[in-house]
Design a protein around this ligand. Sequence first.
Ligand SMILES: NC(=O)c1ccc[n+]([C@@H]2O[C@H](COP(=O)([O-])OP(=O)(O)OC[C@H]3O[C@@H](n4cnc5c(N)ncnc54)[C@H](OP(=O)(O)O)[C@@H]3O)[C@@H](O)[C@H]2O)c1
Length: 366
Amino acid sequence: MHKVLVLGGYGFFGKRIAAALARNPHIDVLIAGRDGDKAAAAARALGLAAASGQACDANDPALARRLAHLRIDTVIHTAGPFQTQHYTVARAAIEAGCNYIDLADGRDFVCGITVLDEQARSCGVRVISGASSVPALSSAVVDRYRTQFARLDVIRLGIGTGARVPGLATVQSVFGYCGKPFTHWENGAWTTTHGWHGLHRHRFPQPVGVRWLSHCDVPDLQLFPHRYPSVRTVSFHAGFANGLGHLTVWCLAGLVRLGVLRTIVPFAPSLNRASRWLEPLLSDAGGMFVTLEGQGRDQRPLRITWNLIARRNHGPHIPCGAAIALAGKLASGAGVPAGAMPCMGLLTVKEYLEPLRELDVHEIIE
Ligand SMILES: NC(=O)c1ccc[n+]([C@@H]2O[C@H](COP(=O)([O-])OP(=O)(O)OC[C@H]3O[C@@H](n4cnc5c(N)ncnc54)[C@H](OP(=O)(O)O)[C@@H]3O)[C@@H](O)[C@H]2O)c1
């Protein structure tokens, strides 16, 4: 049995990952978070022993000893926001001799994970950051289609969520950069933009339809110009199913940009709660797109848009695919190289989506 500890295992994404892993006969799941009672209750809800729920703090100085004592093979770290974290959990995992996978969407966090590469290699463990929609799924989609291009010029990425509101850590992650400047690769130069600005309408395939989207600061903006050197533009936008909520955050981000507010992170708990009340009124459909533009092998302009459309509020399972698939690979002994790396080139689109096969999640290629 491969023993996996899901840190943040009763959180919004953590509980979905834990539930999927509990169905794998080769995996023994432990659910962890700072509240032992919640962890035990989450374990029981999955039909596991209460002892499979453990109180565990990511910042515990004795974390490495704890992981070694529990004989953990792989830690899945979902306890964000990662933008404000150091590599405490990853370092503890390496010290304990276990693999580490996280769902990080913090640009510096994911890009900088390679500082642990030598240490991870010498201990023979995998340290994989960004095992989620970005950059794991987004890069897998680009890798799938790039061979159809003689020259790839543009990569545009975006996500429009459905009604189901993610956990506080996700909202804090996004709010952390709202109104703050960051760079992205535009027409072959690093250009400054601001979080949640660049407001525009995007048309997803039905039933998602037209949504407001805004600029987000994600690892792909840094990673993709290096991974795909011919590319001259990389952009990422996201938006909420709640249009009014989207515009409210856009206004608040504007106040940060103007210097009226320092940050909108303190609004995260109340806006997160208010959004939950509105869930029944909003669309249960959400989507992700990756648009690639360039020159095809026949030297003619080529544009491919890959969409992933989720209905029936199944969208929140999408960010979980990479961690579930990677844990499954590690448990089966499939070759995943040792070292520390952003989660790119480790999973194909098919492998990523395999854990979601029974859900209402479908690809549409345009
Ligand atoms: N890369 C991507 O594409 C992508 C996509 C989606 C989400 N994400 C990231 O995934 C992360 C998780 O999001 P979520 O919506 O699941 O958040 P969430 O519902 O707030 O869950 C976070 C969990 O972590 C636990 N936690 C917080 N601090 C902890 C600590 N010090 N030690 C141990 N456990 C701790 C929380 O429980 P307690 O507070 O009780 O400990 C909670 O169970 C976010 O950072 C988000 O940005 C990334």
